[in-house]
Design a protein around this ligand. Sequence first.
Ligand code: AR6
Length: 215
Amino acid sequence: IPQSEIPRLSTLYHAKRLIPSSKPPQRRASSTLNTRVGLIRSEITKLSLPNGAIVSAANTALLNGGGVCGAIHNAAGRGLLAECLTLNGCETGDAKITGAYELACRNVIHAVGPVYSKARKTNEHASLLEGCYVAAMRLAVENGLDTIVFPAISTGVFGYPSYEAAEVAICTVRDFLEREEERGGGGLRLVVFCTFESRDEIAYIELLPNYFPPA
Ligand code: AR6
C-alpha cells in the first residue's frame, strides 16, 4: 500500500467516514494537524513508506515473537533479528531503531509497551505506554524520517484494554505534534494509526474526533 493511499483524518472527515461523537472535543480543531494524522486498518508490513518507519510492538529482549512483532520479523528477514541482537535490549516505555531489511520502509522502530497487570496502577501503565510512543516519534525525527506508523502497542499479547490504549496513543500523538507546531514545524509529516482488529478500529474511530476534531 503506497503512503499516498493511507487515509488522512481530513479526508475521512470530508468523506464522512469519520463521524464526530457527541462528546465535547478535548482539543481545538486544526486542519493542519488533521492532514498529518492517518488511520488505516491493515497488515502493517504491507505499507510502503520511502522515508518512513513502521513501529513494532516489541519485547524487552528485542527478540522475535508473536503478534505484530512476529509479522514484522518474518517479512523483514533474518537481518532484522541479527541487528536487534546487537542493541542490548530495550526498556519498557522506550524504543530503539534499526534498518528495515526486506520491508518497504526506511526503518523499523521497536517500541516496548507495558504488560497490563493488576500489580501496576493504571496511570503507571499509561505513562509507560505514552513513553514508548514519544520515544518512537523522537527517534523518527532524529533520524530524519517524515512518516511513522504505529500498531496498537500493548493491546495484544500484553493485554492492555483497547479503548484505554487508544486514548493514550491518540492523546500522546496530539500533544507531540502540537508541540512540534509550536516550535515552528518541521519534524513528522505523517503519523498513522494502523489497526488490525475491529475492536481497535472501533476505539480509534470513536476517540480520534475527540483529540483531532474536524476543522
Ligand atoms: N499488522 C498490524 N497490527 C497487527 C498485526 C499486523 N500484522 N498483527 C497483530 N497486530 P501484539 P503487544 C495488532 O500482541 O500486545 C509479541 O510476542 C494486534 O491486533 O503484537 O504489545 C512481542 O514480541 C494488536 O492490536 O503486541 C512481545 O513479546 C497489536 O498489534 C509482545 O507480543 C499489538 O499486539 C508484545 O505484545
